[in-house]
Design a protein around this ligand. Sequence first.
Ligand code: SF4
Length: 368
Amino acid sequence: MEAKTLKISENIIPSNADRRLNCQGSYEAEKHYPNTKEAYAQVGTVAHELAEKCLMSGKKAITYLGKTSSKHPNFTYNQEICRNIQKYLDYVNNIYLNCESEDSDIFVEKAVDYSEYIVNGRGKSDVIIHDPEVNTLHIIDLKYGMGRAVLAKDNSELMLYALGSLKEFSGIETIILYIAQPRLNSFSQHELTVEDLYTWLENQKLNCSTRSPSESSCEFCLAKPTCPEHLAKITQITQIDFNEEISEPDDTFLNTIPAISDKELINILKHKTMILKWLESVEELVTNRLIDGGTLEGYCLTDGRANRVWKDEKSAAIKLTGLFGDKAYSKPKLISPHQAETLLDENDYYKIKDLWEKGVSKKKLDKI
Ligand code: SF4
């Protein structure tokens, strides 16, 4: 099968490939929004850095406990990140050990070039294992997020890595895609042939003005709070089916009074994350607008509570690890001054008193 080139956008990078390919209007939609999601990416970068160090050195993740990230020097590898990255390392190792060929190769942070198919398409795959005995490529991706489990099947990012890898290894017949999301204990894999891969490419839509909302496309889209198509999707989930179901109550304990059915409850709950994230994105957009001096009728900013923060995170980490051991950290950050006090006897609060100060209060969106 002859593969085509998608000339849809130069703005496809691996991390937005799912959005760009499934909602091709997203590039135009996001163009004018500042990227406010960078802070969320920090922990992911640090996790990938630790995984790479371990895979390159063959060391266990725990070896790096207490060491500082070179990409984000204010981040110290803690128990949580070491434990989760070790789960990922074990997973990768297991795939490698199960290869048929004794001389299988493993490539870490391997540069892949898929510009043959997508204009300027390049990226780095976390791990690629080549098993020449059975003409197979294993393409493994680490996801450190906890929002929702990302599945390997039809994952655009991995499909692009697979396309880019094909020209580097001759005679490949089978590709196995893997997504390891250790914080959710989610490990997903999907096997396909080279022909399946080209069919997927062939089926990609080529309409750059069409917006197609879905949980995976919209999750990190900067245009979400103002996107009419996303709003229409939410409306469809929460209203249209709801009305239909009221006239036909199903056989539940609520079937004698007007109430939404179990079917409706299930449909709404299934989309809970999408709805909540959309509401959060709307609130964030309006809050930032008011912070920048803009207005929205009926809304204002008030001062939120100023939480206590550590004056110097490193000194606090040393002191708290001495006092509480593993309990000094909570998912993946150092515990807060308030949490530290809950671990201490009231008479011992003085032990950490000099380490914290009042933080800056956050602005909160409020009705006038
Ligand atoms: S919010 Fe969803 S539908 Fe709207 S542009 Fe973004 S990805 Fe596309």
